[in-house]
Design a binder for this molecule. Structure first.
Ligand SMILES: [Zn+2]
Length: 259
């Protein structure tokens, strides 16, 4: 197993409903199936249940299925032995990726409960993407989809010649929804990643979908806008019956050169 003990960094092995290291540190598998390797006692981290439910409902509408298909295609192209999805959420993308062994990391228990119940092809781990309980140079492919790029950890866990896929919102992503909420909506800024890995490919994929009232509400609740928008603007959104919205993603593929 590539997983390490978050206390002493020795290899973890599975024993029934827990994972243990040679020093006797022991970690439990939750009833739903994910492994809790979070040593901090904080419980307020990660997306809350409301956000997870909204995102799950929205993703099930299929509006982002074209991104899922593209990520599946890329995983087939690189056919990794070990794949790590950093910030996997409820496993919507992770579940369809191809690899001999897949790990999904997230800090949201609610997201991981959903993920581990619905996808048995991935080992879901509650842990910070900035302190990954993974061995050095163990992964062939790492993915970050709508989460911050934890670059030093990505560089550490990737094998030489391993690949990293970073997905972020394009400038026009959800612009129509922002236009409904704000007087002066801004476009997303795409900034370069400060990494020693080489950028091999960068491209944009885009689709326009029609959102009904419920879909629009779910979309709003799963984004950070829900927390920084005035009540009046939020109510305006409730009056919309259907609206066309752009989903636009930028995919960047990096390779870790042999040291
Ligand atoms: Zn240990």
């Amino acid at each position: 197993m590539e997983l390490l003990c978050p206390v002493c960094h020795e290899v973890l092995t599975r024993e029934d409903r827990r994972a243990v290291c040679i020093h006797g540190h022991s970690f439990d598998y939750a009833r739903s199936g994910y492994l809790n390797l979070q040593i901090s006692q904080r419980t307020d981290q990660g997306d809350n249940k409301l956000m997870v439910n909204a995102r799950t409902a929205f993703l099930h509408s299929g509006a982002y299925a074209f991104l899922k298909e593209e990520l599946t295609r890329l995983s087939q192209k690189y056919s990794p032995e070990v794949l790590a999805d950093l910030g996997c959420g409820e496993g919507y993308y992770t579940s369809s990726l191809c690899a001999q062994r897949k790990y999904g990391f997230d800090l949201s228990k609610d997201a991981l409960i959903y993920a581990s119940r619905h996808d048995h092809s991935t080992r879901y781990i509650l842990a910070s993407i900035f302190h990954l309980p993974l061995a050095d140079h163990c992964a062939d492919l790492a993915l970050t989809c709508f989460a911050p790029p934890a670059l030093s950890e990505v560089e550490r866990i990737l094998k030489d010649n391993g690949h990293y896929i970073f997905v972020s919102p394009g400038p026009d992503h959800l612009f129509e929804m922002k236009s409904l909420l704000y007087e002066k909506p801004y476009k997303n800024v795409v900034s370069p990643l400060g990494t020693t890995m080489s950028l091999k490919e960068e491209y944009t994929i885009e689709q326009i979908f029609t959102a009904d009232r419920e879909q629009l509400q779910n979309l709003f609740r799963m984004t950070p806008y829900a927390y920084r928008t005035s009540l009046r603007a939020t109510q305006k959104l409730e009056d919309i019956q259907t609206v066309k919205i752009t989903a636009q993603f930028i995919l960047r593929i990096y390779q870790k050169e042999k040291q």
